[in-house]
Design a protein around this ligand. Structure first.
Ligand code: BGC
Ligand code: CA
Length: 356
């Protein structure tokens, strides 16, 4: 299609006497516009996110935009990146993807709203010959594993759960009395879950507790409920639990940092004793809360690494190169970024350069 337009333009140009050529290119027929607008070798990346107001997702897209600017300078070519907000609606996101495809975007980077809707999206992209890189919200394996030009960049959810469990286990082993406030030898906890159905909610919930029970710690779940990754919803849930269980709550496991900060908001508003709170992500406000001692610890969800891997993958695919030569591609389709535990002992290395 693109090739046809180009050859039409050059045939048209050949018929114009040389002296008129400059003018002809300027006012040339519709379809020859690239001479003025988009450079022919501009790379267009269409990024569709499930919600732009999600703290972690916003940090990934900001980093991606920054890396794209660096890559443009380094490669001496224009790279357009367009980030669109699906507002948590799969129909909206599908329309956004349709728009990217009809406008000739070269690569799609998709943080899919509904993980089960990937097949339809992949079919559309495949028909247009456009590779898709999913990130953070993992489609089911059947949709990724048997398709060409389809990739997933993310982190293994069970690993974050296990590391969060270890943060708590370390305290249980070293300072049990500080944790087991009622001294019954059992760890009473509440769990703030992310969105139902998200791989990170399901697996973090399971593995944080499993890490403790596998180590022989007896636990008691006082309450567990979804707060959809959201600080306000988590604060409301936690206020309710504080009214219900008071100082019986010894630990608050939160599937992400925003909800952990919401729990802390509620704890501070209630003004009673503080249970140990742990999150996942390592967002900037969470690191500040670790520094001030309000948040015991978190687990780094390496958004910067994800952005870098996505860009490397996109550049390799756009150049028609084997992406396995640029990124650590596993099973032909997956790039996995490792999680890392963060608490006050190693916080310094995760703070923005120059420290606090
Ligand atoms: C992050 C959450 C985020 C969610 C969005 C998770 O990996 O930990 O903070 O809200 O992804 O999909
Ligand atoms: Ca106890």
């Amino acid at each position: 299609m693109k090739r046809n337009i180009r050859s039409y333009c050059s045939r048209w140009a050949e018929r114009i006497p040389a002296l008129l050529l400059g003018l002809a290119l300027f006012v040339g027929p519709a379809g020859c516009a690239p001479a003025r607008g988009k450079e022919p070798d501009t790379l267009r990346l269409g990024v569709a996110v499930y919600r732009q107001d999600d703290t972690f997702i916003a940090s990934v897209t900001q980093e991606l935009e920054r890396l794209v600017r660096d890559a443009e300078a380094a490669q001496g070519r224009k790279i357009n990146i367009s980030v669109v907000d699906g507002a948590n609606n799969q129909t909206t996101q599908m329309e956004q993807v349709d728009r990217f495809l009809s406008r000739g975007y070269d690569i799609l980077l998709v943080n899919i709203v509904d993980r089960t809707a990937a097949a339809v999206l992949i079919d559309k992209a495949e028909a247009a010959g456009v590779p898709v890189i999913f990130f953070n919200r993992q489609p089911v394996a059947e949709d990724i594993d048997y398709r060409d030009q389809v990739y997933y960049v993310g982190a293994r959810a069970e690993e974050s759960g296990a590391l969060q469990g270890q943060l708590v286990l370390d305290v249980w082993l070293d300072e049990r009395l500080a944790l087991d406030q009622n001294g019954d030898g059992v760890l009473q906890y509440v769990m703030l879950e992310g969105e139902p159905g998200h791989q990170d909610s399901l697996l973090r919930t399971e593995w944080s507790v499993k890490t403790l029970t596998d180590a022989g710690v007896e636990v008691e779940k006082l309450a567990s409920d979804a707060a959809n990754w959201n600080r306000g919803q988590a604060a409301a849930k936690m206020s309710q639990w504080l009214r219900e269980f008071g100082d019986s709550i010894e630990v608050v496991f939160s599937n992400n940092d925003d909800m952990a900060l919401g729990a802390i908001d509620a704890i501070q508003a209630a003004g009673g004793p503080s249970p140990l709170v742990v999150g996942v992500d390592g967002t900037a406000p969470a690191l500040e809360a670790v520094a001030s001692g309000e948040l015991y610890g978190t687990v780094l969800n390496n958004g910067k690494g994800m952005a870098q891997a996505m860009l490397d993958l996109a550049l390799a695919l756009a150049a028609g190169e084997d992406p396995g030569r640029t990124v650590d591609l596993q099973d032909g389709h997956y790039v996995w970024l490792p999680y890392q535990k963060i608490d006050y002992t190693n916080l310094e290395q995760f703070l923005p350069q120059g420290g606090r």
